[in-house]
Design a protein. Structure first.
Lengths: 114, 117
């Protein structure tokens, strides 16, 4: 599975959009981009994933560049509860019958400030 | 939903004792569960992959005799840290694989904080 590069930390003002970048320049055609977050002393929480099209759900939006070498997770209106470490993982999808392991980097520590 | 629980949420034990951590998928059946370990300010490190009814597959460097994994049912996997030592103090997290559409997604438990004195 391809590796990812994320900034170690970011700050965001409460109520503003938080844009978290991720580089995955060696991503292959059948690999998805997944985002998880981990609030302090809790287990990871799935946020969103995508292959090549932009995706949106109730938590966030995922923008993937046309060449798929990078992506951005957008939290449209960050709150204090969004303070967490955000992990970008590229993964060959977890196709039925194929439980390939997730490779975790250090992620981006997002601090949402009042 | 897809809820995964862990018990206990935290445990303190003396050096040399064994500790068992349970991971349960509450509202779905999980053929595969994963066990991770996370040290402070570090990322999650996969320890082993557990398939129901078969032996766990351990990652390189993880001692299978020290970290015993049992996956006796489709909703329960246990991790036993045998003869625990202070260096085993860590945050242990499990995840369970659930089929959603054509994929198997991983859902994570809340974690167990182990402190070995």
């Amino acid at each position: 599975d391809a590796k990812t590069t994320q900034p170690p930390s970011m700050d965001c003002a409460e109520g503003r959009a938080a844009n978290l970048p991720c580089n995955h320049s060696t991503i292959s055609g059948n690999e998805y981009v997944y985002w998880y977050r981990q609030i302090h002393s809790q287990g990871p929480q799935y946020i969103i994933h995508g292959l090549k099209n932009n995706e949106t759900n109730e938590m966030a939006s995922l923008i993937i560049t046309e060449d798929r070498k990078s992506s951005t997770l957008i939290l449209p209106h960050a709150t204090l509860r969004d303070t967490a470490v955000y992990y970008c993982i590229v993964h060959r999808g977890v196709n039925a019958g194929n439980n390939r392991k997730l490779i975790w980097g250090l992620g981006t520590s997002l601090a949402v400030n009042p | 939903g897809a809820v995964v629980s862990q018990h206990p949420s935290w445990v303190i034990c003396k050096s040399g004792t064994s500790v068992k951590i349970e991971c349960r998928s509450l509202d779905f059946q999980a053929t595969t569960m994963f066990w991770y370990r996370q040290f402070p300010k570090q990322s999650l490190m996969l320890m082993a992959t557990s398939n129901e009814g078969s032996k766990a597959t351990y990652e390189q460097g993880v001692e299978k005799d020290k970290f015993l994994i049992n996956h006796a049912s489709l909703t329960l996997s246990t991790l036993t840290v045998t003869s625990a030592h202070p260096e085993d103090s860590s945050f242990y997290i499990c995840s369970a694989s659930k089929r959603t559409g054509i994929y198997n997604e991983q859902f994570f438990g809340p974690g167990t904080r182990l402190t070995v004195l």
